[in-house]
Each structure stands twice: as structure tokens, then as C-alpha cells.
Design a protein around this ligand. Structure first.
Ligand SMILES: Nc1ncnc2c1ncn2[C@@H]1O[C@H](COP(=O)(O)OP(=O)(O)O)[C@@H](O)[C@H]1O
Ligand SMILES: [Mg+2]
Length: 353
């Protein structure tokens, strides 16, 4: 059951907001919540200040030269705003954007089709670009470099190469794993940027903005309470706002205060570091079964029933930056802080808990 869409008052307000252009016409909170609240401009895109400044300069320079923007690569853990930023850039450039992802470009004709459909100046966004196959990459190289496609027709002896010009475009690639990108592909991006985790203050702004769009009342310390447990990630912050708001509506008057936020996050088992039960299971495993580590990531994955990719892309980046996990050549290990945070009284005790 969705409390949001069952609330007639809310539906009416949403419709009004669409009429006033505060919300996109296509907004449907149940079906595409993320798209409804995605910032569309640099002004509403919170944080990533250094990156935004660099991008604004690159965009202004490209506009002065009347040339498309250099190809851009964004990398960083999921939910930090890579897709959103691609949309903001398109908006700022005043151009349209085609969005796809590497797994959707499996056959040569998929990538050729999309490249041939581009209009001059348009942005092509390829998500999960590290998963692009070799053939697609090779089609992409001349397209990125000189804006043409090399097409072969016919078979063995009668094979002909056809060189086809395509409009100048900007490729924006996004990946959670920059390290898995092939060297030649990486070299063809003019601008490469890592997205950083957000500070508590920035996340609190994201939360207030989302609450405003969803017409949820929230206090300042209510938004900070959610921000602290959002793992530095706007996508998580937005999800938690919705969950906490449900709790506030059912148990109270709908308003999110610090007390309400903390109570409902406790019920959701999200702790003060923002760790969820998967994170805690992973850390506890290293402490209890491997004496704090080091232990290989494959062993961890098998023991907790997650795949290695999820652990490396989703769980680990935040645990590493929070100092709760370390990567060593012999595997993963935890820090003294991890023992403290999980309530182990001393390092040896981990073994018996
Ligand atoms: N800088 C930001 N300011 C406000 N909201 C953001 C920001 N970055 C991301 N978000 C929100 O977080 C959600 C996830 O962002 P997204 O761009 O899809 O992340 P990624 O592509 O890196 O996985 C979006 O719905 C968006 O509303
Ligand atoms: Mg994305």
C-alpha cells in the first residue's frame, strides 16, 4: 500500500503543482518516484561543488566555441547523482539527451542505430559503460574521436568498408567501476570525474528539497537525523524520507521531527552510521569468523549470500570511506572502530560474541 497515493488531498496538491509547473507533467510518484524529484538545473543540484564549477566553465567554453562539450566520464558508487548530472548538463546546454546503458547495446546494430539517430549537439548518456562489449567499443572509438562510423558490408571477399559521417555529439558515460573501463575507451573522454559522497549538511538539503516536493513537513533536526543515516548518498536519503514520512503519518501527525525520524530509522534497523543489515552482517562475519580479517571478498560474498559485484559496488565504497573496512592485498579487514560501532567491548571479545 502506498500511503502517498492513497491520500486524496495529496493527489490534488500534486495535480496543482503540475499545473504550476513545480512538478513535471509526467510525474507519477508510485511509478517513477526518482524522476519526479530529480533536480533539473545546477541550482537545484546540491553539493559536488568543485565538479559543478568545472563543468560550468567547460559548458560556457563549449558554447562560446559553438562546439559540443568534450566527452565526459562520471564514476562513483550508485545513487550519487551521475544520471541526474547528465540531465542537468543537457538542460544547461539547451540540448536533448538520449539515455541508454551498456547492457542494452549488446548487438552492433544497437549502438550503430543509436549513433545514427543522434542530432547535432545532442548528448548520449551510456550508463554502466564498463560493461560495453569489445565490438561496441570499437564502433564507438571513431564516433567519439572524429564523428564517423566505419561500417562493413558484404562477406569475406566482397567486404566493403563504408565511412559514414554522424553529427557531432557529446558522450557522457557513467560507471561504478572506472577501473574496469578499457584503457583506449577511458582515453577518449576529455573530462573524467569522480562523484563524492555527500556531507550531512548537503544531504539535509536534499531531504528538505524532496520533502518540499512531496509536501511533507519536516523540521531542521528531522532532516539532519535522516541525513546522518543516509550513507552519504542522495538516493538513500530520498528513500528514507518516504519511509520516515509513512511512519510519521501513521504514528503521529505526519510531521517529521528528530524524534520521529530516529524512532522510525531504528525500526528500519538503520544505525547511526547508516549501515543496514547487509553491511552489519558483512562486518560481523569478518569479526566473528575471521578474527577481524583479512579475508577475501569471494569468501565474504559466499558466506553472506550476496554477489561479489554488489559487495564491491554498493556496500564497500561507503564502508571504506567511513573507515569501517580496509582493503589489503590479502583481503578485507575491519578497524578498531568497527568493533566499537558494532558493540564489541574489546577486540578479542569479537571471537566470542
Ligand atoms: N546533487 C543532488 N542533489 C539533489 N538530489 C540528488 C543529487 N544527486 C542525486 N540526487 C537524487 O538521488 C537520486 C539518484 O541519483 P542518480 O543520478 O540516479 O544516481 P546515479 O546515477 O549516480 O546512480 C535521484 O533521484 C536524485 O533525485
Ligand atoms: Mg544512474
Amino acid at each position: 500500500m502506498s500511503i502517498i497515493s492513497d491520500d486524496n488531498d495529496f493527489i490534488e496538491k500534486t495535480e496543482n503543482r503540475k499545473r504550476e509547473n513545480v512538478l513535471p507533467q509526467s510525474c507519477d510518484f508510485d511509478r517513477n518516484f526518482e524522476n519526479c524529484i530529480r533536480p533539473k538545473s545546477f541550482d537545484t543540484y546540491i553539493g559536488q561543488t568543485a565538479l559543478k564549477e568545472t563543468l560550468k566553465i567547460s559548458i560556457a567554453a563549449a558554447q562560446k566555441r559553438e562546439l559540443p562539450l568534450d566527452h565526459l566520464l562520471f564514476y562513483g558508487p550508485p545513487g550519487l547523482g551521475k544520471t541526474t548530472l547528465a540531465g542537468v548538463i543537457a538542460e544547461q546546454m539547451g540540448v536533448s539527451i538520449k539515455i541508454t546503458s551498456a547492457p542494452a547495446l549488446e548487438r552492433p546494430r544497437d549502438i550503430i542505430g543509436i549513433l545514427m539517430s543522434l542530432q547535432g549537439g545532442e548528448i548520449l548518456f551510456i550508463d554502466e559503460i564498463h560493461r560495453l562489449n569489445k565490438i561496441a567499443e570499437e564502433i564507438l572509438y571513431p564516433a567519439m574521436e572524429d564523428f564517423f562510423l566505419d561500417m562493413t558490408t558484404g562477406k569475406s571477399q566482397t567486404v566493403k568498408t563504408l565511412r559514414l559521417e554522424i553529427p557531432k555529439f557529446t558522450l557522457i558515460g557513467a560507471t561504478t567501476k572506472a577501473g574496469e573501463l578499457s584503457g583506449p575507451l577511458r582515453d577518449r573522454f576529455g573530462i573524467i570525474h569522480r562523484l563524492e559522497f555527500y556531507s550531512e549538511e548537503e544531504l539535509s538539503q536534499v531531504i528538505k528539497r524532496t520533502a518540499g516536493i512531496l509536501d511533507i513537513e519536516i523540521t531542521d533536526d528531522g532532516s539532519h537525523a535522516i541525513a546522518r543515516r543516509s550513507r552519504g548518498t542522495p538516493r538513500i536519503a530520498n528513500r528514507l524520507v518516504k519511509r520516515v514520512s509513512d511512519y510519521a503519518l501513521v504514528k503521529h501527525d505526519g510531521k517529521i521531527t528528530r524524534d520521529i525520524a530516529e524512532k522510525s530509522l531504528d525500526i528500519l534497523k538503520i544505525d547511526h552510521y547508516g549501515l543496514d543489515s547487509t553491511d552489519r552482517t558483512l562486518l560481523k562475519l569478518i569479526i566473528e569468523k575471521y578474527d577481524g580479517g583479512p579475508v577475501g571478498v569471494e569468501t565474504i560474498a559466499a558466506a553472506i549470500g550476496e554477489d561479489v559485484r554488489t559487495i564491491e559496488d554498493v556496500c564497500e565504497p561507503y564502508l571504506l570511506q567511513a573507515g569501517l573496512l580496509q582493503r589489503t592485498p590479502r583481503g578485507r579487514k575491519v578497524s578498531p572502530e568497527t568493533y566499537r560501532h558494532l558493540g564489541y567491548k574489546n577486540l578479542q571479545q569479537g571471537l566470542f560474541q
